[in-house]
Design a protein. Sequence first.
Length: 199
Amino acid sequence: MEFISLLFILALGIHWLNLQGQRKRTALLAEQLRPFQIEKNMAQLTGAYMRALGESDLARQQQIMQLQEQAEQQMAHEFQNLAREFAKLPAPVARGFKVALPYIDQLSPKATFDMRRMLEVHAQGIERAVNNLHGLSTKDRSFRMMGEMFLMQHSCHWFCRSKTIASARMVTQHQTRYEQALDAVSPETRQAYLAVVQG
């Protein structure tokens, strides 16, 4: 009985320490995001892409997409700036946990990922999609851009909380599984992203 009580107390302690770490990382990312309109632009673009993809009239589809050019350029520019600012942070506070255990970063750096590198990967991926460097059709470009944005948002939620929570949020918010978002991004983004999370 004492052993079970000890396990319960240990579990509560781990949970409390996890919550403290999550709050710190969430506050840090919120502070970094504050000067930008990234979330607003992402919501606008996602809605517009969904409308365009639902259009059977190609001319109307093109018109919807053309109206998004300013928001896309702003999204790419602001995310580059976010990645640049975040890169100035010291390594300890910029590490996300692959496994939600307190102090895992001190026990094994391989159990963490560098959010500074992650944001750079996403900044490059979003810029590639906005500039359509692969010459994709309107429909394919919309899917690519949504994949880049959804995976970026997943990384932010993972950094703040955990991969499991980030994946659940993506399904709830966008009806998209983690694997689907990973498949939708450019090959360059996928390769660089996996190097960060598996490194």
